[in-house]
Design a protein around this ligand. Structure first.
Ligand code: SF4
Length: 429
């Protein structure tokens, strides 16, 4: 059944367990996929991200990354000015020249990402063909891969999804009878090391992380590959890996003590780890995480949180806040509810949780203002106006930049949400 609610379609689920989802199709206030270069370039230090874009793209990167992009750390922008179709051949030549100069100047680059954007003069370009041509010219020293960070259809976390999806094509074929575990999604090195230690103790292996820390160490994938997704916004990556024969292990995401345990449990079940052994390895860590969470319980318990759709991490984080921090959920918005990936988190949300998918910012602002939540999780653009109206906010982008996965980070994750509430309390005092 469906009904119109102020331009919003409200779908009621069929059977009992299906949650209600508000489908929102309106004005969006999000960063584009180029933003993900800020964390991707740190993760793969021998890669270079060349944005093929406009001055706007260059300015976005400059302000989002807070660095001088023209000083060339590991990303830069080839600025394409408006020109007619007849000028496209010149652009190809220009791109070849820019890439040639860059690679000559920077012999450390092993992988070059050509990142498309949304200005019309860039959309006309066939970057896939350009990447294939440039790969032929510069192989074996440099592999050239293209993807889009365009803001027309993507939100900022989908930039990582596009990047990794493009990279899946370049993964070697693993022998079908070789069982291995692949963790897909950018994680800070320190978190990767912690997970690697846990998998070692559980006797699960070999384990590879995707993307790898070096572009020379791309993992292989095949029918024996079991995949744990590390980020809920990697729907296309998951599908691309599945197409290569890998099996995606269904699990909630590893946020908090419970989420981390269930995520590890999915791998343990796939690799036949005994329950007792699993408990011995995880219980002390789980208890430590629960103790770390306890410190923020007073600040968070009973407080009401509203999520604007921004990162696709919202359902997983809401599950953590509701179940491990005793927070109330006013509304959980997500740009896209990818059932394949977040179903296990959705199943753990309290009954009657209001979910919304997509964005219609004015309607969402109305609902948020009417509800007056204790904490609003939203993009940078909405945070300042809401703060000025007396609402405490948390920037959702921080949740992408900060180490928040796993047992050791459970307390830090709770603190990220508690901080704005505690600051407001102090101001009141
Ligand atoms: S890709 Fe599009 S949305 Fe992103 S900065 Fe460039 S012009 Fe703006």
């Amino acid at each position: 059944m469906s009904a119109a609610v102020g331009g919003t379609a409200l779908r009621e689920g069929g059977a009992c367990a299906e949650p209600q989802v508000l489908r929102q199709r309106g004005q969006r206030e999000v960063f584009c996929g180029l933003t993900s270069i800020v964390w991707l370039h740190r993760k793969i230090p021998d890669a270079f991200f060349l944005i093929v874009g406009s001055r706007t793209c260059a300015h976005l990167m400059q302000s989002a990354a807070g660095v001088m992009i023209f000083a060339e750390p590991r990303f830069g922008t080839a600025i394409i000015e408006e020109r007619d179709l007849a000028g496209l051949a010149d652009i190809d030549e220009e791109l070849d020249r820019v890439v040639g100069q860059l690679l000559e100047r920077r012999p450390d680059i092993r992988m070059l990402f050509l990142v498309g954007s949304c200005p019309s003069e860039v959309i006309k370009l066939d970057l896939a063909r350009a990447a294939a041509r440039l790969s032929r010219i510069h192989l074996p020293r440099v592999r050239v891969v293209n993807y889009t960070g365009s803001g027309i259809e993507t939100t900022f976390t989908q930039g990582e999804d596009s990047c990794l999806t493009a990279l899946v094509e370049h993964l070697g074929e693993a022998p079908p009878d070789r069982r291995s575990l692949l963790i897909a999604g950018c994680l800070p090195d320190i978190v990767e090391d912690q997970f690697r230690r846990i998998f070692d103790e559980l006797d699960i292996g070999p384990v590879a992380f995707f993307p790898p820390r070096s572009s020379l160490e791309l993992p292989e994938v095949g029918r024996g590959t079991r995949v744990l997704m590390a980020q809920p916004f990697l729907g296309d990556t998951a599908q691309a890996l599945a197409k290569r024969g890998a099996q995606i292990l269904p699990a909630p995401f590893p946020f908090g003590a419970e989420g981390t345990t269930l995520w590890l449990k999915a791998a343990a079940a796939a690799f036949g780890v005994e329950d007792m052994h699993f408990r011995n390895v995880t219980a002390p860590r789980r208890e430590r995480a629960a103790r770390a969470l306890e410190r923020y319980r007073d600040a968070l318990a009973g407080k009401r949180v509203f999520f604007f759709p921004d990162t696709q991490m919202e359902p997983s984080l809401a599950r953590f806040l509701a179940r491990e921090c005793a927070m109330g959920l006013v509304e959980v918005g997500s740009p896209y509810l990818n059932k394949l990936l977040v179903d296990n988190d959705l199943a753990l949300l309290p009954e009657q949780t209001v979910l919304s998918e997509g964005q219609d910012v004015d309607l969402q602002l109305d609902r948020c203002r009417a509800a007056r939540p204790d904490l609003t999780v939203c993009g940078l653009g909405l945070a300042n106006p809401l703060e000025s109206e007396g609402l405490a906010t948390k920037w959702s982008i921080e949740l992408v930049f900060s180490p928040i996965h796993g047992y050791e980070q459970a307390g830090d994750l709770a603190e990220l949400f508690a901080r704005p509430l505690l600051r407001r309390e102090r101001l009141r005092v």
